[in-house]
Design a protein around this ligand. Structure first.
Ligand code: KE4
Length: 428
């Protein structure tokens, strides 16, 4: 595909922004190509600056579950902006979206809107520390919870040795309060909690991981997390920024047998506009200013236009009985087709999927944690990405991301994807 306009945009962007992008993964470094420059999106399609069109399985990293440019969401935004774009006061739309969130997530007794998933997770852990009067937190290798310092930590040498920053600019002291465990490793979890449980303010987990590629919780993992958090008075945070309204109307906590003390949500609840949210038990959330002493604030938190987009998105999902089973069927057809295509092409891939999210790993091993995900051949994934991209199919430009299907993906586009994947698997 010829992309002269996109390339010129990227050259100019590089003179203005670090790496020419406003979020690193968009630079396509992991796939060794110049990035796509999108000017328009509709349904399951992206259109780049050169007029090329692509079937999109990145879907803006998760928010666009209805597809791009859903008319009900656009009309809701149009109605909202007629009244202005930001008031800096309480407005009816914040109350409406909070009601919809609380209805879908009974564990969320109080909710606070913010403008990103990073703000949501950062704030949730702050209030968990205040509630427990403890400093240490636990996260899992391969879990991504946004870019606040405390989460950009990689495991120390041993399971419970102190973490080390995974990015420059993070004081070592910050790292010492973040312990990291292998995902799905119940033994390691029980050991750490047995040794440190009374010092742990919070355990934060992606109940279905999306940021090492899609990795499902093993039977008993979330239940053990719940049991140990209760035993040691640790606040269990489900980071449902990806899974919220994605794998069910009530996210992972609506599918798996574990209910967190707090939940963070993002992406879909903004319908493509900047929205994040955190919430949970009233006695924890009441600590947040102005009710309580834990400070957290935001100029555009609860923005009326962003709330309108989120309300329209959630209402549209609610209005469609069988929405999630239809999405699961559509995704299952695609994933089965990809598995058949790989097998027929003699290519060993492992595809993890749940509801309308999936990841093809270029490994012949089961993928149950970061270590097994890292056995994937990232060069082969990059080759697969480029071969599909040239055929007008846009996948997440990194092996360690989730692919998303939307309500707008058509059977013919899905069959086309499977056909091109077969050709690509044969060439790799
Ligand atoms: P944001 O600050 O990007 O809105 O959300 C941070 C975040 C928190 N928790 C989970 C589970 C997340 O997946 C994310 C952000 N996801 C990435 C993609 N995996 C956003 C894409 C990007 O960084 O450009």
């Amino acid at each position: 595909m010829k992309r002269p306009h996109s390339n010129n945009y990227f050259i100019k962007a590089n003179t203005l922004m670090p790496g020419g992008v406003n979020s690193p993964v968009r630079a396509f470094h992991a796939v060794g190509d110049d990035p796509i420059v999108v000017t328009r999106a509709k349904g399951d399609r992206l259109y780049d600056a050169d007029g090329n069109r692509y079937i999109d399985y990145c879907m803006s990293w998760g928010p666009m579950i209805l597809g791009h440019g859903n008319i009900k969401v656009l009309n809701a935004i149009r109605r909202a902006i007629r009244n202005g774009t930001s008031f800096g006061t309480l407005c009816p739309n914040e109350i409406r979206l909070a009601e919809l969130v609380q209805e879908a997530y009974p564990s969320i007794e109080l909710v606070r809107m913010v403008s990103s998933g990073t703000e949501a997770t950062m704030s949730a852990v702050r209030v968990a520390r205040a509630y427990t009067k403890r400093d240490k937190i636990v996260k899992f290798e391969g879990g991504y919870h946004g870019h606040s310092d405390q989460f950009l930590i990689k495991a120390g040498s041993g399971l419970t040795t102190l973490g080390t920053p995974s990015s420059p600019g993070i004081p070592r002291a910050f790292a010492e309060n973040t312990l990291t465990l292998p995902y799905n490793n119940i033994g390691a979890l029980a050991k750490l909690m047995g040794e440190h449980g009374h010092d742990i303010a919070s355990v934060i987990v992606e109940p279905v991981a999306g940021n090492m590629g899609v990795v499902l919780p093993e039977p008993g993992f979330l239940e053990t997390l719940r049991e140990l958090a209760s035993k040691y008075g640790t606040v269990l945070v489900f980071d449902e920024v990806i899974t919220g309204f994605r794998i069910s109307f009530s996210g992972a906590q609506g599918v798996f047998n574990a209910v967190p003390d707090m939940t963070t949500i993002g992406k879909i609840i903004g319908g493509g506009m900047p929205v994040g949210a955190y919430g949970g038990k009233k006695d924890i959330m009441k600590l947040i200013s102005p009710d309580g002493p834990v400070y957290q604030a935001g100029t555009l938190s609860g923005n009326p236009v962003a709330m309108a987009a989120g309300i329209a998105t959630i209402k549209e999902i609610k209005s469609r009985p069988g929405f999630y089973s239809e999405m699961e069927k559509k995704t299952g057809h695609l994933v089965d087709g990809l598995k058949d295509a790989a097998r027929l092409a003699g290519k060993r891939v492992t595809i993890n999927s749940i509801a309308s999210m999936f990841t093809p790993f270029f490994t012949n091993r089961p993928v149950k944690d970061l270590q097994s995900a890292m056995t994937s051949d990232t060069k082969q994934y990059a080759q697969f990405f480029r071969l599909m991209f040239e055929k007008g199919i846009y996948l997440p430009p990194s092996q360690f991301e989730a692919h998303f299907v939307s309500m707008a993906h058509t059977p013919s586009d899905i069959d086309r994807t499977i056909r091109h994947a077969y050709d690509a698997f044969r060439k790799i």
